[in-house]
Design a binder for this molecule. Structure first.
Ligand SMILES: Nc1ncnc2c1ncn2[C@@H]1O[C@H](COP(=O)(O)OP(=O)(O)OP(=O)(O)O)[C@@H](O)[C@H]1O
Length: 254
């Protein structure tokens, strides 16, 4: 039996209110995210994909509609408060990590998020073996760079660190906002494969925006097409399995 984690009901967002450029971005959008869903999201530029993430994250407020977390209305909750159930990885590898801190320090920071105790070197020493093992899960040599300042990592390693930091505390919802788009094809593929592994093994619930239609078809149990602020396709199971690249591409031509 699938259990809803997050329900978005009739979500409407309007920007530049009261000006000549007033625009409705999301148009009475409805989406129920179930526990364990790995949803890939595609749509043309400007369709509202990042805006959907922004209303979930609380970076943008709703003009009408509701967002329910485990049945509780969180529509008015601040961005900060929503970090208790939500993590987001952005396209830019520079976002999400502190450049002057080492890989180990960044991971400890992510582990201590929400804790009142600060970073202490004794704690770092104690926890280094566990953090190193964790870094090893990314399978790209990150575990050998625990004492390297994050700003000196390659883009791929830095982005894999952002991913690890976002998932260390197993958020209820993980938002991946084109998180492999800035990486070269080989590194991007590797991070996607590891992303998929981590989502499955840690039983995470995740939404991933991508412009690569093949990736949208390959990964996840569910695929959503967003067009002009509305969900025009929401496919799971056999329907997703039967979807072809050609059919998916046709949504962009309508
Ligand atoms: N805060 C804002 N103020 C004004 N316009 C905005 C704001 N946020 C988004 N928009 C506009 O809303 C539309 C949808 O933007 P959004 O970033 O959600 O699209 P997207 O589907 O993520 O596009 P892309 O694939 O290009 O990243 C765009 O036309 C964008 O310019």
């Amino acid at each position: 039996m699938t259990k809803p984690i997050l329900e978005i009901k009739n979500a409407t967002t309007v920007v530049n209110k009261g000006t000549s450029s007033e625009t409705q971005i999301l148009k009475a959008l409805n989406l129920t995210i179930n526990e364990g869903d790995f949803i890939t999201i595609v749509g043309a530029n400007g369709a509202g994909k990042s805006t959907l993430f922004n209303i979930i994250g609380g970076n943008l407020s709703l003009d009408s509609g509701q967002i329910l977390l485990h049945g509780q209305d969180i529509s008015k909750e601040s961005e900060e408060s929503r970090t208790r159930f939500l993590s987001r990885v952005f396209q830019d590898p520079k976002l999400g990590t502190a450049p002057r801190m080492t890989v180990a320090e960044n991971l400890l920071l992510a582990k201590k998020r929400g804790d009142s105790h600060g970073l202490r070197s004794r704690k770092l020493k104690q926890q280094l073996p566990e953090l190193t093992e964790f870094a090893g899960k990314m399978k790209n040599g990150l575990e050998k760079r625990m004492n390297t300042a994050t700003g000196n990592l390659s883009g791929g390693q830095r982005q894999s660190l952002s991913f690890l930091m976002a998932t260390l505390k197993k958020p209820d919802i993980l938002l991946l906002d084109e998180h492999t788009a800035a990486l070269d094809p080989k590194t991007s593929r590797q991070l996607l494969i590891t992303t998929d592994e981590r989502i499955r093994e840690d039983h995470l619930t995740a939404l991933m925006i991508t412009h690569h239609l093949e990736d949208a078809l390959t990964y996840g149990n569910r695929l959503i097409v967003l067009t002009d602020g509305k969900i025009v396709a929401d496919l799971t199971g056999n329907d997703k399995a039967a979807l072809t690249l050609e059919k998916l591409y046709s949504y962009f031509e309508e």
